[in-house]
Ligand binder design. Structure first.
Ligand SMILES: [Zn+2]
Length: 218
C-alpha cells in the first residue's frame, strides 16, 4: 500500500493508461504490439487470472497448454511467452518481481465453488469476471480460455498432487508483459476467499500500460 502507482519500480516507459481492478472484479483493455502491460498486486498475496485475445481476430486466444508446451515448463520465468491456441507468441514476460505463477489450474468458476468447494449461494468467480470484462468485445463465457495465473502458488509435488498455497507476492510486486501482437487483455482479481490462494482476503489489482518505444520481438 505504501508503493506508488507503478508498484515497486518506475514504469518501463511512458505511462498510457492506469486501470484499478477492484477486489473480486475484473477489467480488460486493448494493448498494442510493443506496449508493456504491468500487472501489480496492490496490497499483496493476491492472484490475477489473465487471458488475452488477438485484437484483430478474437478467435485466437491464449492457450495454457501451448504455453506449457512451447516453454517446456509449468513455472514460467522472465523470457517466457504466453502462447496462443494457434501456436504464436502473444505476450512475453519481460520483468517479474515474484517469479511464481500457475499455468495449470485454470480459473475459479460458479461450478468450482458449488461442486468442488461446497459453497452454496452466489459467489463471484474469475470465469464470471473475465466474461464481464470481455462483454464489450462480444466474447461470451464459453469462448474465454483458461488463464495465466499471475502470482498463484499451487506447486506440483513429486507425486503429482497440487498444493493450494497463498500467493507469495507483496504490496507493489509486479510482472511486465510485452505484447507481441495487438491484443485485448482481461484479468480477474481472484475472488476466492475459501482456498488459501489470496490469504482468504481478496484485494485489488492494477494494470499500468506503457509504451517503451521498442516493438515486441517477432
Ligand atoms: Zn479465481
Amino acid at each position: 500500500m505504501a508503493t506508488g502507482v507503478t508498484g515497486k519500480d518506475p514504469a518501463p516507459g511512458r505511462i498510457i493508461r492506469v486501470i484499478e481492478i477492484p477486489a473480486r472484479h475484473g477489467a480488460a483493455l486493448e494493448v498494442a504490439r510493443g506496449q508493456i502491460l504491468r500487472v501489480i498486486d496492490v496490497e499483496g498475496q493476491q492472484v490475477g487470472d489473465l487471458v488475452c485475445f488477438n485484437r484483430d481476430d478474437l478467435g485466437e486466444r491464449y492457450s495454457p497448454q501451448n504455453t506449457v508446451l512451447f516453454n517446456r515448463t509449468i513455472y514460467p520465468k522472465v523470457g517466457a511467452a504466453l502462447v496462443s491456441d494457434r501456436g504464436r507468441p502473444m505476450m512475453r514476460l519481460i520483468a517479474d518481481t515474484v517469479g511464481v505463477h500457475d499455468l495449470i489450474c485454470g480459473s475459479c468458476s460458479d461450478e468450482y465453488y458449488k461442486n468442488r468447494l461446497g459453497h452454496h449461494g452466489p459467489h463471484r468467480s474469475c470465469r464470471g469476471n473475465l466474461a464481464e470484462a470481455m462483454a464489450p468485445w462480444g466474447v461470451p463465457l464459453r469462448e474465454i480460455p483458461f488463464s495465466f495465473n499471475v502470482f498463484m502458488r499451487w506447486p506440483v509435488e513429486p507425486d503429482g498432487s497440487v498444493v493450494p498455497m497463498t500467493a507469495p507476492s507483496g504490496p507493489g510486486d509486479y510482472v511486465d508483459l510485452q505484447a507481441e501482437m495487438d491484443l485485448v487483455v482481461a484479468m480477474s482479481a481472484c475472488p476466492s476467499d475459501i482456498t488459501p490462494t489470496n490469504a482468504h482476503n481478496p484485494t485489488p489489482m492494477r494494470f499500468v500500460l506503457s509504451e517503451s518505444g521498442q516493438k515486441g520481438r517477432r
